[in-house]
Write a protein that binds this ligand. Structure first.
Ligand code: UT7
Length: 337
C-alpha cells in the first residue's frame, strides 16, 4: 500500500473538511450579570479565566436546535443538500433527552432522510472524537459525506448557585462536513486518549442508571455539573501538550510549521500554558474564550469555523486542534486545510 508522504502511514482515502458552520444563541450573559447572581467579580472571572461573556440559549432552544442551525451553515458552506448526508454524528453531553439521540432529532430537522445518525459522548473532547470516527467511515468507503457536530446547552446542567462552575460555561454549536476529495488536502492524523481513573474530577452524577432522578437526587443537586477545578486544570495542560506533541510527531512536523493551533477554549490560562509548552507563538494560537466561555464539545468546532471565516486559516495551511474534557478524555487532530 502507498505511504502518505507526510505521516509515513498507509495512504487511506483523503478526508477533507469541505464545509464548516457554527451557531451561537443570541442572549449574552456578561460577567457583570453574574456579579448579580453569585458572589463573584468580573475582575476575578477575567483574571482567572479570560472569559468576559458567554451565550445562553433561550428556554425553548434545545441542543438539537443549536446543532441544526450550525449544521445548516456547514452544509451551505460545503455546497451540499441535506439528502447528500449519509451519516450524522453529534458530540454532546447535553442531549435534548437521554434517548432518542440528538443526532436523530437533527436528522429530522435537516430533512436528511438518507443519513444514519448517532451521538457520541466524550465531553469537551467530543468534537475530535467524532471527527476521528467520521474520518474512518470516509476512509473505509462506508460513507462519502459525513456531518459532524459539536453542540451543547451547558446552561441546562449548570448549578447557577455554584460560583466555582457557573461562570465558566456557555452554549453553542459548531459543525463540519467531511468528504473524500481525491485531489484536495485533508486530515493528516488524529490521536485520542482517556483516563477513567479520574472520572470524578468533572462529572454530573444524577440522571443516569447509577443515580436515576429522584426527589433526593434533586435535593442533593446531583443533576448539575461538578468540577475539581485545580486538578482538572493541571490534567488539562499535561494531556493537551502530550496529545498535540504526539500528533506532531506522527506527521513529522514541528510546531513552527503549524499556521493555527486551535485549543479547547476552557480557560485563557490553560490555553496560554499549552501554547507556551508547545513552543507556539501567541499569533499561532486561536482564542475566542473571552466571547463564548467553555462550550464543551462545541468549543473547537466553533473556533474552527471562526478561524476559517476570519481567514486565520487559508487553503494549504496546517491546523492543529487539541482538546481535553471529562472522562478524562483528550485528543488532537492535524489538518492540511
Ligand atoms: O472543559 C473541561 C476542562 N475544564 C477546565 O479545564 C477548567 C479547569 N479549571 C479552571 O479553569 C480553574 O481551576 C478555575 C477557573 C475553575 C479556578 O481557577 P483557580 O485559579 O484554580 O482557582 P481556585 O480553584 O484555586 O480558587 C481560588 C479561590 C477559592 O477561594 P479560597 O478557597 O482560596 O478562599 C474559590 O472559592 O477562588 C474562589 N472562587 C471564586 N471567587 C470569585 C472560585 N470561583 C470563584 C468565582 N468568583 N467565580
Amino acid at each position: 500500500m502507498m505511504k502518505h508522504p507526510r505521516t509515513g502511514r498507509p495512504h487511506l482515502r483523503t478526508v477533507s473538511i469541505t464545509g464548516v458552520g457554527s451557531y451561537l444563541p443570541a442572549r449574552v450573559l456578561t460577567n457583570q450579570d453574574l456579579e448579580k447572581m453569585v458572589s463573584t467579580t468580573s475582575e476575578w472571572i477575567m483574571t482567572r479565566t479570560g472569559i468576559e461573556q458567554r451565550r445562553i440559549a433561550a428556554p425553548d432552544e434545545a441542543t438539537s436546535d443549536l446543532a441544526f442551525l450550525a449544521a445548516k451553515r456547514a452544509l451551505h458552506d460545503a455546497r451540499i443538500t441535506p439528502d447528500q448526508v449519509e451519516l450524522i454524528i453529534v458530540a454532546t453531553i447535553t442531549p435534548d433527552m437521554l434517548f432518542p439521540s440528538t443526532a436523530c432529532l437533527v436528522q429530522q430537522k435537516l430533512g436528511a432522510h438518507r443519513a444514519a445518525a448517532f451521538d457520541i459522548e466524550a465531553a469537551c473532547s467530543g468534537f475530535i472524537y467524532a471527527l476521528d470516527i467520521a474520518a474512518h467511515f470516509v476512509q473505509s468507503h462506508t460513507y462519502d459525506t459525513v456531518l459532524v457536530i459539536g453542540a451543547e446547552k451547558m446552561s441546562s446542567v449548570i448549578d447557577w448557585k455554584d460560583r466555582n462552575t457557573c461562570v465558566l460555561f456557555g452554549d453553542g454549536a459548531g459543525a463540519a462536513v467531511l468528504q473524500n476529495r481525491p485531489t484536495a488536502h485533508g486530515l493528516l492524523t488524529t490521536c485520542l486518549g482517556a483516563d477513567g481513573t479520574k472520572a470524578t474530577l468533572l462529572d454530573m452524577p444524577g440522571g443516569g442508571s447509577a443515580c436515576p432522578a429522584s426527589v433526593e437526587s434533586v435535593e442533593k443537586r446531583m443533576h448539575f455539573l461538578r468540577m475539581d477545578g485545580k486538578e482538572t486544570f493541571k490534567n488539562a495542560v499535561n494531556a493537551m501538550v502530550s496529545a498535540a506533541t504526539e500528533a506532531l510527531d506522527r506527521c513529522g512536523l514541528s510546531i513552527s510549521q503549524i499556521r493555527c493551533v486551535i485549543p479547547h477554549q476552557a480557560n485563557q490560562r490553560i490555553i496560554s500554558a499549552v501554547g507556551e509548552r508547545l513552543g507556539a507563538t501567541e499569533e499561532q494560537v486561536f482564542v475566542n474564550v473571552a466571547k463564548y466561555g467553555n462550550t464543551s464539545a462545541a468549543s473547537v468546532a466553533i473556533a474552527l469555523d471562526e478561524a476559517v471565516r476570519t481567514e486565520r486559516i487559508r487553503r494549504g495551511d496546517l491546523v492543529l486542534m487539541v482538546v481535553f474534557g471529562a472522562g478524562l478524555t483528550w485528543g488532537a487532530a492535524i489538518i492540511e486545510w
